[in-house]
Design a protein around this ligand. Structure first.
Ligand SMILES: C[S@@+](CC[C@H](N)C(=O)[O-])C[C@H]1O[C@@H](n2cnc3c(N)ncnc32)[C@H](O)[C@@H]1O
Length: 271
């Protein structure tokens, strides 16, 4: 596959816009993958990706192009808002609807650091009443290796350095040198699935009370960002909340939703 075809494909299938100096960017980003797969250069790797029928190598390549870096309790104001405003309000609405079904989605979840932080916030908020809820977090990403790491729930200790001490005491256990594991109960709260935010979302039932979609839109151009925000808005329940990253462009979130706080938006209750 020519570099230009790869560029077009990465954009049309995954929304990823490669920089102008694509060749040197790809060379440096894909070095480890080339070493692992035994391809001698970029051309050979792209050709192998084109020849492969299941598309796995193509996804492996795309995985390397965006950063999967994340950590627990990233942007604390979001988790404080979740606990002090969003969850009380949603719980009251569910109570009126006689429903226990609390639906939360961490879109572009990387290895689950955000999804587990949400699960810990939920468990802390509900305390003993958590058992009365039918609550869980859907965590999706295109990076298969990250999803697998998320399901295992083991992270370097420094990934947790921002979380409240009470969470550390309640939800983590030692897992070898300088690593900690999220306890089983919290691991069971999160369901990891592969999902491309630029592809079809028809597999999702919608009606989400909360969607976190943070620090992924930076990879997309404006038309892709607008389509994504439209889809997320459609998938939110009336009165549901969308959290985006503080450095994400908020133009389209502002266009389709009501802003509540920096990087926090709400779908109108009647819409
Ligand atoms: C920087 S991480 C964000 C993790 C987390 N949301 C946070 O804010 O810490 C960006 C993630 O977006 C994912 N990603 C990139 N393009 C995507 C796409 N088209 N669909 C779904 N996920 C995508 C990457 O694989 C990566 O895990």
């Amino acid at each position: 596959m020519e570099l230009q075809s790869f560029r077009r494909l990465a954009h049309s299938r995954f929304g990823i816009v490669l920089p102008d100096n694509a060749e040197s960017f790809l060379q440096s980003r894909l070095r480890t993958l080339m070493d692992r797969t035994g391809h001698r250069d970029l051309e050979a790797l792209l050709q192998a990706a084109e020849a492969e029928s299941n598309g796995d190598l193509f996804i492996d390549i795309v995985e390397q192009l965006s950063t999967n870096h994340s950590y627990f309790y990233r942007e604390p104001a979001h988790f404080e808002f979740l606990s002090s405003v969003a969850l009380p309000e949603i719980t009251e609405r569910l109570r009126r609807q006689r429903s226990r079904d609390l639906r939360i989605w961490s879109a572009a979840a990387a290895a689950g650091e955000e999804a587990y932080s949400i699960a810990m916030a939920m468990r802390t908020f509900y305390g003993a009443h958590y058992q009365d809820m039918d609550a869980g977090v859907l965590a999706t990403d295109i990076a298969k290796r990250s999803l697998q790491r998320g399901a295992e729930g083991v992270y370097r200790s420094e990934t947790f350095r921002h979380i409240p001490q009470a969470w550390r005491d309640s939800f983590l256990e030692p897992a070898g040198e300088d690593s900690l594991r999220v306890i089983r109960a919290v691991r069971d709260d999160v369901m990891f699935r592969w999902l491309n935010l630029v592809g079809s979302m028809s597999a999702l039932r919608g009606g989400f009370h909360v969607i976190f979609c943070r620090n992924v839109m930076i990879y997309f151009d404006a038309p892709t960002r607008e389509r994504l925000v439209q889809s997320l808005t459609h998938l939110l329940a009336p009165g549901g909340y969308l959290f985006i990253g503080h450095t994400d462009d908020a133009e389209f979130a502002r266009k389709y939703l009501d802003q509540q706080r920096p990087a926090i938006f709400r779908k109108r209750a009647g819409s």
